[in-house]
Write a protein that binds this ligand. Structure first.
Ligand code: FES
Length: 154
């Protein structure tokens, strides 16, 4: 689960920010974008090269909800539970994902392929109930649709 950490890639990110301690959040965002989480090796490398204490790196990594310290699946399934999506069956869509993947919200399927998450409004309420898989929106979702969606991304 999660691709192996390539420290050269991490070094590249650090270089892009000139190893500037005030750019710590930007570096973490870029590392997270590459690996879908913040691998420990990458955090150690940042501490080493940027000279920010490891406790500070972890402080930032745990403060922001968008960062994760545990590996995520290859695909992130985000079910919207904002008002419009909730009213049009969002909770049933969450249940369908839980059933199909055998996970709770915030967990990753055993094969490491999918992580299930929820969010409050993805900003496209007309498409309710809406699911986002990675960067793609899938509107008007149904329980059967969830099954098909999982097959598609497997
Ligand atoms: S409530 Fe789901 S997109 Fe806005």
């Amino acid at each position: 689960m999660g691709k192996p950490v390539n420290l050269k890639e991490v070094d590249k990110v650090i270089k892009e920010y000139d190893a500037e301690p005030s750019s710590l959040i930007g570096m973490l965002q870029d590392v997270q974008a590459k690996y879908h989480y913040l691998p420990g090796e990458a955090l150690h490398r940042i501490q080493e090269k940027v000279g920010v204490p490891l406790t500070r790196v972890y402080e930032v990594a745990t403060f922001y909800k968008s960062f994760s310290l545990v590996p995520k699946g290859d695909h992130i399934c985000t079910v919207c539970l904002g008002t419009a999506c909730h009213l049009r069956g969002g909770p049933r869509i969450v249940e369908a994902f839980q059933r199909e993947l055998g996970v709770e919200v915030s967990q990753t399927s055993q094969d490491g392929k999918f992580t299930l998450e929820t969010v409050n409004c993805l900003g496209a309420c007309a498409m309710a109930p809406l699911v986002k898989v990675d960067e793609d929106n899938h509107g008007g979702m149904t329980a059967v649709g969830v099954k098909k969606l999982i097959q598609k991304y497997k």
